[in-house]
Design a protein around this ligand. Structure first.
Ligand SMILES: CC(C)(COP(=O)(O)OP(=O)(O)OC[C@H]1O[C@@H](n2cnc3c(N)ncnc32)[C@H](O)[C@@H]1OP(=O)(O)O)[C@@H](O)C(=O)NCCC(=O)NCCS
Length: 296
């Protein structure tokens, strides 16, 4: 698909990259004799190329993925409606009408969003109502806004309060290969709702990780915490191949405790005055979950 160049920027290795209208990017290297684009080295040259159209392969791939996902979703909706019609004893025409009605009423937006999920970053996970995608530097502002709420910080040991400028950026930059942290995006609205992650332990305790999560206050009590925890448990065991997962919550946090239970954790112990957070001594409840034999 053709897309217009809207600007240019330098990558970390000082190569020029064209920004396309669709949000994708393409390298515009000047690397003679292999790539000869002397115009890219001057501001005038780059300006003269603004508005020029390039073939965007990533848009083509995304279009293909969306078409496949929509076709599959429509097939499923039609089959289900047809089967339901069969059960209630309708004639063939009646069943087709039912199937067409169901197709007309099918909401394809979540299907399309899911098909596009990899575009939002490699390795996004998809759950029933959320896209869990790797963090981007731009998430810092949303993190500060939601985790800056004292009610959120008061319940999560890792969140400072007050949440000052620069803290979220520094934290994102500090994440290493052992940290599998995901932004929780609502799959309908795309809203950033919070974070959930697994942090693998060091070499002395291989194949184990600690689960943690938080949601902005507006998203509490709707099952998103449970959905995120269950998705990360599956990711930890099935994708990362971990043998055990740990988690803990303040003893006075029944919501988090319940999230852990619903995600398959069992209580492993109580620790009085385990840590100090926002000026208070906190008791902790510890939880553990081992890989079950039935998992792949
Ligand atoms: C803890 C948190 C992640 C829970 O997420 P959530 O999406 O609100 O929880 P869910 O809607 O999935 O609810 C899970 C269960 O907990 C229960 N629950 C939720 N809040 C509760 C509360 N304040 N008291 C008692 N039970 C509660 C729900 O009823 C549900 O149980 P049920 O299905 O048996 O009814 C969320 O409240 C949060 O982010 N809090 C602030 C930060 C935090 O505490 N992070 C965890 C640190 S360990």
């Amino acid at each position: 698909m053709k897309q217009k160049i809207t600007g240019f920027h330098l990558d970390r290795e000082d190569h020029w990259v064209a920004d396309l209208k669709c949000g994708h990017r393409q390298h515009m290297r000047h690397d003679p004799p292999w790539m000869v684009r002397p115009w890219v080295l001057s501001e005038d040259g780059r300006r003269s190329r603004l508005g020029v159209e390039l073939d965007c392969k990533r848009c083509d791939e995304a279009g293909h993925a969306v078409a496949e996902a929509v076709r599959e979703a429509l097939r499923t909706v039609a089959l289900r409606a047809y089967d339901d019609g069969g059960l209630s004893g309708l004639c063939a025409e009646g069943r087709w009408e039912l199937a067409l009605d169901a197709l007309g009423a099918a909401d394809l937006r979540p299907v399309i969003r899911r098909a596009l999920a990899p575009e939002r970053g490699e390795g996004a996970l998809v759950s029933a109502r959320m896209i869990l995608r790797p963090l981007l530097p731009d998430d810092a502002r949303a993190i500060q806004r939601l985790a800056g709420d004292r009610e959120v910080a008061a319940n999560a040991a890792g969140i400072p309060h007050p949440f000052e400028d620069g803290m979220a950026e520094a934290w994102i930059a500090s994440l290493d290969a052992r940290s599998h942290v995901f932004a929780l995006g609502h799959s309908e609205s795309g809203e950033f709702m919070g974070l959930a992650g697994l942090v693998e332990a060091d070499e002395e305790r291989p194949r184990t990780a600690e689960l943690s999560y938080w949601l902005g206050r507006a998203y509490w009590g709707q099952g998103f915490g449970t959905e995120a925890a269950q998705t990360l448990v599956r990711y930890g065991f099935e994708t990362l191949g971990l043998e055990s997962l740990h988690a803990s919550c303040f003893s006075r946090n029944p919501g988090s405790r319940r999230v852990l239970e619903k995600a398959g954790f069992r209580h492993a112990g109580h620790q009085a005055r385990a840590l100090r957070h926002l000026g208070q001594d906190e008791d902790l409840e510890r939880f553990i979950q081992e890989r079950s034999r039935s998992r792949p």
